[in-house]
Design a protein around this ligand. Structure first.
Ligand SMILES: [Zn+2]
Length: 334
């Protein structure tokens, strides 16, 4: 039993998930168990006086409908979730959730397409909705930092432009970092804690100021590399008497430094997160559109933030987070 999430019954999930990925009825019951446990309730009025509808043959309704005795409405386990309007069987959803939660570097839509026997378009939309389910609204979360140092860093995602594209001027710039069409991703990592990411158009103080202020508690110790972009924007956060801005100078090959007070300065945790993200993009996804990059960042952030859970616990959490979210196809393609 996990101490942080005692409500999750993990060994049962890992044992049952292969069945849920193969059989629709088992998959529906799996999602029902994850959503309601042993006390199903109506998603419309939250009343517990509900029952499973049956067909003429006495078996369960083919659409797996429930009815509420209080408000009279029908519902299914899909109602009010990220998979509500999906025509895909829930066994494919179970498989997609399982692969996304149990693979350290993620699972590509091509794999889901082959293994579930669905179209690439369906598989890509399915995985985007799984990633959307894993995403968090960072405005509602407590700020990082406080007593624990926070590391802030940025990276550039994208391959090198072809020499011919640079030569002919099709892609402007030298191809190196900001002088290219690579997309910057900013991240802050609390040591031993969570990560928050944001895809930004350019690494500028204007783009970082709000993101840093919104996610780091005033008075925290913030570690960055020698980039000058952080000096001004971190001032309101570290000006507090117990706050501090520690800089490690990578250009002088300084990557980790033990200070006189025993604390360690560095951004190696943030680099570790970027390493995982880039290995996933290079090795699993191969190509990611800039407009979809934030979804991949959400997926890797979710796995990083739940790294102390086992695969079953992570899956249960992802399924729980899919409640109350809705993503239409048009929004997933822009
Ligand atoms: Zn009801």
């Amino acid at each position: 039993m996990n101490k942080e999430h005692p409500e999750l019954e993990q060994s049962e999930i890992i044992k049952n998930i292969p069945l849920a990925c193969a059989d629709e009825t088992t998959a529906v019951e799996f999602f029902e168990k994850q959503r309601w446990g042993n006390s199903p309730c109506c998603p419309h009025c939250q009343h517990a006086n509900v029952y499973k509808m049956e067909g003429r043959d006495g078996f369960r309704n083919k659409r797996y409908l429930w009815r509420c005795r209080q408000c009279g409405d029908q519902f299914t386990v899909r109602t009010g979730t990220v998979y509500e309007d999906s025509r895909l069987p829930l066994k494919h959803w179970a498989f997609a959730f399982w692969r996304a939660c149990s693979s350290k570097k993620g699972c590509s839509a091509r794999e889901i397409q082959r293994q579930c026997g669905i179209s690439y378009k369906s598989a890509l939309f399915l995985m985007h909705r799984v990633r959307f389910a894993m995403s968090e609204d960072t405005t509602t979360l407590p700020k990082l930092g406080g007593n624990v140092p926070v590391e802030a860093d940025e990276t550039y995602i994208g391959g090198k432009p072809r020499p011919s594209a640079l030569r002919t001027g099709r892609i402007a710039g030298t191809g190196y970092r900001k002088d290219s069409n690579k997309v910057p991703v900013a991240a802050m990592v609390e040591r031993g804690g969570n990560v928050r990411t944001k895809v930004i158009p350019q690494v500028t103080q204007g783009n970082l100021r709000h993101f840093l202020a919104q996610n780091i508690a005033v008075g925290s110790i913030v570690n960055t590399d020698q980039s000058s972009v952080y000096h001004g924007v971190l001032y309101p956060i570290v000006k507090h008497p117990i706050g501090r801005h520690d800089v490690v100078n990578h250009s002088k090959l300084e990557f980790s430094r033990r200070n006189a007070d025993g604390t360690i300065s560095g951004v190696n945790h943030a680099e570790s997160f970027f390493s995982l993200l880039k290995r996933g993009i290079t090795g699993t996804f191969h190509a990611v559109s800039p407009q979809h990059l934030h979804r991949y960042c959400d997926e890797f952030s979710f796995r990083w933030n739940t790294r102390k859970l086992n695969d079953g616990e992570r899956l249960a959490l992802a399924v729980k987070k899919s409640i109350g979210k809705h993503l239409v196809y048009a929004d997933s393609t822009c």
